[in-house]
Design a binder for this molecule. Structure first.
Ligand code: KG4
Ligand code: ZN
Length: 364
């Protein structure tokens, strides 16, 4: 089964061709058109501009994805078996561009449509990574590890910080989420305070490499609370006061001097909280494996420390390959294939609708 997948839920315009065959699944092409330049002047994503950019670039990006899979446009209707698209959660006007494009292609080519939950895409992005290339039969491996034994997924990005219990494919229970900022958002905001370019996550973690992790004793909000809730606003504010204090006494130079230490100490605080809550979630229900996914899962320190913690508690831990941590259509194609494989269900071109707050609990 060959699927053209489309992703436009936030600020990446994505199209991919994914091929599934029984237990096997692979991403053949995966094109991501980043809108970074559009949003940099504003220090964050502007929904109206994101939607306009999606509208301008979606067709050229679909073309590139087809080319990457050696599919000629005139043969697309025969070469493809379905069109998949993210229908939520995300920015409504951004989602609409992808869904309307997918509807048109599906209708025009006479092939079925598969609506996908963006978070499910993030969860199953782990299949497009190391796991998919390490065995002949990656999906069976996944079946055995994730679907026969319940697992916990930590979805951690610019818009999400949530812990999810995965009972089996399609049966998800929210364990907890952030009460204020998402972890990626906190990275972005602290990076801005330190004068680093947007998006802050990658630049802050680069700066942190040369910093002392214990230079500042930043708070680990809610870490000791026996629940799966997060809060990063207080930590962010504490960093802000630290930066302001330094500015007052020594100006920007003083901030610059210790910026690597602030970055490393802040990163350590976020990572500690993410790990403590994930391990707590896993201890609740006899979980055997962890899935850590989303933009922030590219963070090297998080990967290192989470893998160590998982080992200590006898848990397997899976991350997507780094190219699949951010928003991309390849992961949407994988989730679409699984949806059809496990439920046999497609979406109606005339009825599908976007839902900016789409919950994962409504997948089945
Ligand atoms: O999944 P994603 O591309 O988009 C959302 O759905 O939000 O995640 C983007 C977020 C941004 O906040 C970015 O700063 C963060 O992921 N991020 C990182 C790293 N790479 C990206 N945060 C920490 N460390 C990184 N290496
Ligand atoms: Zn995302």
């Amino acid at each position: 089964m060959r699927i053209l997948a489309i992703e436009t839920s936030c600020d990446e315009t994505g199209a991919a061709v994914v091929e599934g065959d029984g237990d096997q699944i692979r991403i053949i092409s995966n094109v991501v058109g980043s809108q970074l330049k559009t949003h940099i002047p504003y220090g964050g994503v502007v929904p109206e501009l994101a939607a306009r950019r999606h509208a301008e670039t979606i067709i050229p990006i679909v073309r590139q994805a087809l080319e990457g899979a050696n599919i000629k446009e005139k043969d697309a209707a025969r070469a493809l078996d379905a069109v998949a698209v993210t229908k939520g959660p995300g920015l409504i006007i951004a989602l609409l561009v992808g869904v309307e494009t997918a509807k048109s292609l599906s209708y025009g080519w006479g092939i079925p449509l598969i609506g996908v939950n963006h978070l499910e895409g993030h969860i199953y992005s782990v299949l497009g990574g190391d796991l998919a290339i390490c065995g002949d039969n990656p999906l069976s491996e996944l079946d055995a590890r994730f679907f026969n034994d319940p697992s916990v997924a930590l979805i951690v990005s610019g818009g999400h910080t949530e812990l999810m219990h995965i009972e089996r494919y399609g049966v998800y229970n929210y364990l907890g989420r952030t009460r204020d900022d998402a972890a990626g958002e906190a990275f972005d905001k602290v990076a801005k305070m330190l004068g680093l370019p947007y998006p802050g996550g990658p630049s802050l973690s680069n700066l942190a490499i040369n910093g002392k992790r214990d230079a500042y004793n930043f708070p680990r909000p809610m870490m000791a609370n026996p629940n799966c809730e997060f809060s990063f606003a207080g930590l962010k504010t504490r960093v802000l006061y630290t930066v302001r204090g330094l500015e007052k006494t020594g100006g920007l130079e003083a901030v610059k001097k210790v910026a690597p230490d602030i970055a490393a100490s802040f990163q350590e605080a976020v990572v500690d909280v993410l790990i403590a809550k994930t391990i707590y979630a896993a201890s609740l229900r006899g979980i055997r494996s962890l899935i850590v996914t989303g933009g922030v899962s590219a963070n090297t320190r998080l990967r290192e420390k989470m893998s160590e913690a998982a080992k200590d508690y006898g848990l397997s831990c899976y991350f997507p390959s780094r190219s699949l941590t951010g928003d991309n259509a390849g992961m949407i194609g994988i989730a679409a294939y699984l949806k059809v494989r496990y439920t046999g269900r497609y979406d109606d071109v005339f009825r599908i609708s976007v839902n900016p707050k789409l919950s994962l609990e409504s997948v089945l």
